[in-house]
Design a protein around this ligand. Structure first.
Ligand SMILES: [Zn+2]
Length: 87
């Protein structure tokens, strides 16, 4: 996997996280499990902290029934927790 040298800064959270905070009824539940994380070799453009790349398993449950399971890669600063998307 080639790691991107440049990162675009974004304050955008994950869609799943946003859906979870918007609803008041806890029927839809997203669970993220970090499977693997390592340094992305980039620096945060806000605080200059190291950016980590994490492989996460995301499980979406509706009324405790798993409806979606996928693996995604996330980039984030370990100092200020800013999320990044590869340029
Ligand atoms: Zn940062």
């Amino acid at each position: 996997m080639n790691l991107p040298t440049f990162m675009l800064c974004t304050n955008e959270g994950s869609d799943i996280g946003r859906a979870g905070t918007m609803g008041t009824t806890p029927v839809l539940d997203a669970k993220e499990t970090v499977m693997n994380s390592k340094g992305a070799g980039s620096l945060c453009c806000y605080c200059g902290g190291p950016v980590m790349v994490a492989t996460c398993a995301v499980e979406l449950r509706f009324c405790f029934i798993p409806v979606s399971h996928k693996v995604k890669t996330k980039f984030y600063c370990i100092i200020c927790s800013t999320r990044f998307v590869p340029a």
